[in-house]
Design a protein around this ligand. Sequence first.
Ligand SMILES: *[C@@H]1O[C@H](CO)[C@@H](O)[C@H](O)[C@H]1NC(C)=O
Length: 290
Amino acid sequence: MATFYHVRNASVLFLWVLVSAGCVWGRPATFLQDFRVSWGDSHITRIDQGRAIQLRLDKTSGCGFASNKKYMFGRVSMKIKLVPGDSAGTVTAFYLKSDTDNVRDELDFEFLGNRTGQPYTVQTNIYAHGKGDREQRVNLWFDPSADFHTYSVLWNHRHIVFYVDDFPIRVYKNNEGRGVPYPKMQAMGVYSSLWDADNWATRGGLEKIDWSKAPFFADYKDFNIEGCEVPGPANCASNPRNWWEGAAYQALNAIEARRYRWVRMNHVIYDYCTDKSRYPITPPECLAGI
Ligand SMILES: *[C@@H]1O[C@H](CO)[C@@H](O)[C@H](O)[C@H]1NC(C)=O
């Protein structure tokens, strides 16, 4: 009897801790519940009751989808299998964006296709308070069209981290104290799309889409969004007890830091921070050590 009472009490306590922590339920997102098609409906196929989807690009159209809700801080991830074979000129994107154009906040993953056997490039970009132009490019160390890989964005008050599987490929710190803008005032929706970008994507637009290889397919599954929903409880976003604001998420841990260094040393092919022709004066967020 006593044991039973304790067990029950413990589970009540556990629930109380979750609720009082302002915790957003970690229900796995599904396409049907959490997203809607934003364009090219006929080019999106739902698979496995909306747990997975396939995007198609052909000469008539690409397509895209968007989350139903917006979010303030948190972590968003999805598994993507990119367009295989000759994907030159195609771009598959996964991004977070506010719906305010002139003071836009945006966190971008763009996967730039390539000719068969040439490496896929991941371009990331960050808009804060309407200012973007912070592109970085990384060549992947595996073939992202052979299998699903997890792409995620962690966004908290301290920093924004882009991950490819468990490897951080980009970190943007909150350096507001040094006058660097940081996205933290606006909720962002989650978006994805597949489209024809052969005017710029592959070797600067030199490599065109080979339409004889169309249609092109990108596959998605395992959507996961944990964050403060907007509209939702007003105090959620500033709650320091949200797990993504925890000590373990305030900085890269030792393993992540080592992986990040490895990516930076071996796989970065472009960084706006070191592009002197574009930025004769180094942008403040690029200065070493900050
Ligand atoms: C495509 O492959 C070429 C040749 O290997 C490489 O220079 C380029 O960075 C790759 N990616 C893009 C997006 O052009």
